[in-house]
Design a protein around this ligand. Structure first.
Ligand SMILES: Cc1ncc(COP(=O)(O)O)c(C=O)c1O
Length: 393
């Protein structure tokens, strides 16, 4: 039994950790230092507001330290590292800024918005109505003029920018005035692009008029899996006050310790890392387009984020493509969205993106035997085992 469990982990480590090229846009890898902190002694401990538990002196210091780096990095007036995931960060924002019957405006799941804040997700438990931002699939973005009109007409109580399929920055500054005029609280779900925002290479939601920036810490942000909330003083104070005891009790301090170190890495290396992530996704988009793949946004330079979208016309075909890629150790989702965060962190640059596009072509267009492509993928992956953009490996 024990051997089986350990074997699964070891085999997974070898396969996904060493032999695959991972292009899942929601994933990344931690530096060895950050990863090791996840299993520190701190992971056994509780703290709670009001210091109910004794023995937390050093953990309290880490929390203070982490919040300080986060506030500096994101130029936020408040920071909270306690949300256990991006989804819980969404919940904390929505549950506190809107009440039953209020309207939430966001990108619809059909247009690439996060299903968790769309119909059937959190709004259904919170009793919120949901309205979609008018969206252009040609430009893969919110339509500014129509969205201004929609905000004035619908009068949402909360507006959430950001999405799961996220190629281009959202028009936050363009829509803030309309949002303010109807008294809406503006949030930005930066789950996917948190690392690009930290590196100042995408957009700056808090400076552009969003009161809150929230989301995951493990997609383009290369921390442990978890969530974060950055905010202005007014809204941030409310959220910090309300988070306990409703949304988070024990905040998993080993995760927060690891996140604190990842924040420090991001402060030092984020700008160079994020710039390379974006150049890599643009290079990957261009190379795939040259092979005739249905890459979205060619007239717009394909992408300004970590994601590249290949539109095969539906989930069924997307799944077929993703399954074929998996047989050759190229890991993607069924979208087919490709993400360059992890390969960038492993040190790959534009030349390797061309190589990856070629490998994808060998699988999907040339229909080359998966064992042959897999061998090429493993060779490429083996060359890029070191984690970059961190203090030491
Ligand atoms: C835009 C967006 N928000 C929130 C989430 C949920 O994040 P987590 O997996 O950290 O709960 C996701 C998940 O992919 C997402 O794409």
């Amino acid at each position: 039994m024990i051997t089986e469990i350990l074997n699964f982990v070891e085999e997974h480590e070898q396969w996904r950790g060493r032999e695959c090229i991972n292009l899942i846009p929601s994933e990344n890898i931690m530096s060895p230092q950050v990863r090791s902190l996840l299993s520190s002694e701190i992971g056994h401990r509780y703290t709670s507001p009001g210091r109910f538990y004794m023995g937390t002196r050093l953990i309290d210091e880490i929390e203070r330290f982490g919040e300080e780096i986060a506030m500096k990095l994101f130029k936020a007036e408040t920071a909270d590292l306690r949300p256990l995931s991006g989804h819980i960060a969404d919940l904390i924002f929505l549950a506190n800024m809107a009440k039953r019957g209020d309207v939430l405006m966001c990108v619809s799941a059909d247009d690439g918005g996060y299903p968790g804040i769309w119909r059937g997700g959190l709004p259904s438990v919170l009793g919120l109505e949901v309205e979609a931002f008018p969206f252009s699939k040609d430009r893969m973005n919110i339509q500014v003029n129509k969205a201004q009109e929609a905000i004035v007409k619908v009068k949402p109580k909360v507006i959430v920018f950001g999405a799961s399929l996220f190629l281009f920055p959202h028009p936050v500054s363009e829509l803030t005035e309309a949002a303010r005029a109807v008294g809406a609280c503006v949030g930005f779900d930066g789950s996917h692009v948190m690392g690009l925002i930290a590196g100042e290479r995408f957009q700056s939601p808090l400076q552009d008029g969003s009161s809150v920036l929230f989301g995951s810490t493990h997609k383009t942000f290369f921390g442990p899996q978890g969530g974060i909330i950055l905010a202005d003083e007014e809204v941030g104070t409310v959220l910090k006050e309300k988070i306990y005891p409703v949304f988070v009790d024990n905040a998993h301090w080993n995760r927060i310790t690891a996140l604190t170190l990842a924040l420090a890495e991001m402060e030092k290396f984020g700008s160079v890392y994020a710039g390379q992530v974006i150049r890599n996704s643009q290079a990957l988009g261009r190379a795939l387009d040259d092979y005739g793949f249905p890459v979205v946004g060619s007239s717009l330079g394909y992408t300004e984020s970590h994601q590249v979208l290949m539109n095969f016309g539906g989930y069924k075909r997307g799944r077929e493509v993703a399954e074929k890629l998996e047989k050759s150790n190229i890991i993607a989702d069924c979208g087919v969205r490709l993400g360059t965060s992890e390969v960038t962190r492993r040190g790959m640059k534009e030349g390797e993106m061309e190589k990856i596009a070629q490998l994808i072509k060998e699988v999907i267009i040339d229909e080359k035997a998966s064992s042959k492509v897999r061998a090429e993928v493993e060779d490429l992956a083996e060359e890029f085992q070191k984690v970059n953009y961190c203090f030491q490996t």
